[in-house]
Design a protein around this ligand. Sequence first.
Ligand code: NAP
Length: 436
Amino acid sequence: MRTHSIAIIGAGPAGYFAAQALQTLQTEQLKFKIDMIERLPTPWGLVRSGVAPDHPKIKSVSKVFEKIATTEGFRLFGNVELGKDISLSELEEIYDAVVIATGSSVGRKLGIPGEDLANSISAAQFVPWYNAHPDFKDLEVDLSGRVAVVIGAGNVAIDVARMLALDPKELDPTDTAQYALEQLHKSAIRQVHLFGRRGAEHAAFTSPELRELPKLEFTDVFFDEGEISAAQQRASSTGELPRDLKTNLEAMAAISKADKKGVDRRLSLHFLSTPLEIRGQGRVEEIVFGINEVKGGKVVATGKTKSIKCDLVISAISYQCLELPGLVYESGKVKNTDGRIDQSNSYVVGWAKRGPTGVIGTNKSDSSEVIKLLISNLKSPKKGLDLRKILNSRKITFVSQKGWEQINNAEVAAGEVLGKPRVKITDKQEMLGFAG
Ligand code: NAP
């Protein structure tokens, strides 16, 4: 029997699904010891700090992660940072293979004048802020104005727009960060405008996210009926519509025609608008858009502009990788061939490999393919040093699976008394205290 040691860097969905693939592909002759290394004291990546708090069902995948983590041969090393506490070359030396699963955490920039004004922020900051990520708990978000603009026509933009537009009492039974919930309760924002730069037929939303918008109890949602029917005509003029696009456009059309509740919280979604400039004296006051049209199937600028007075701008225009030492990046992703990094014993999975696309489940097949490639390239097992001993010798406090379970239990217990799934701890030292 051969036992190979594999390090997985990053405890998000792609990392757990890589571990699951290793566990599934074990045989009597081939076993794996898996060490998962995570920068934060807490695992689960975007399931903890990305998924919107009002989407608890999506978070139930964490049960799968915990099953993987409590399977024999798996160890968690939380609070250990690649490049600071241990280098990639050291890990490549110790382990038979290393899997990078560090995601894409940096928000893409609009690259327009005024983007750096106060209260112009990226969804890459705002989302982890409302999700209690320790690195973003002190983000300055001013919700004292009435109008917010969200840029982008993807699911992150929808999440952000919904979080700003809903009545925060809908968030009371969720695990939204306590500080964010308090601020959202005081929020004066009543109008949220989301802008996509192309047509409704090009939007990256998925239908379940669209279909839940009219279910918001205290918010009216608006699409322009003419804009959506023009998009439907353009899209169907080229032949039969793909099923996803058809259901997306139908969901938008249904909302555009639906009766409104007449409440003061409004979420309006607009298309064919490219942000050109954010204006204001030191802080956001107005945003200017170039108006586009679709001509011959292409989105082109009309040369006309429009502007809207606003108090907050959040751009949700996709992500790129935070560059880590020892890795080469290309187009915002780790340079790789089918997941393998430069003929080495290192591999990459998830958003760090393919870019920020797909839903959580997409990572399952993606990680599984890379792990099959990894296994096919394995040589004789090494007798590497034990990571636990190395970290101890460096006096690095790491969080084991048991330590994480103690943090988890403390959060769940704090939530129970308030009728919430958990109250997330936001201070790293406090987390380490619970982890013992
Ligand atoms: P996304 O789906 O790629 O959408 C990005 C949006 O930003 C697109 O509409 C894009 O427009 C727009 N954009 C890009 N550059 C722009 C610019 N310079 N100016 C204006 N608009 C610009 O990315 P995402 O929303 O960050 O989501 C990432 C992934 O996570 C997606 O696969 C998404 O489905 C997934 N996700 C899923 C859920 C869920 O299942 N509930 C929730 C959140 C995220 P163009 O198309 O014109 O480039």
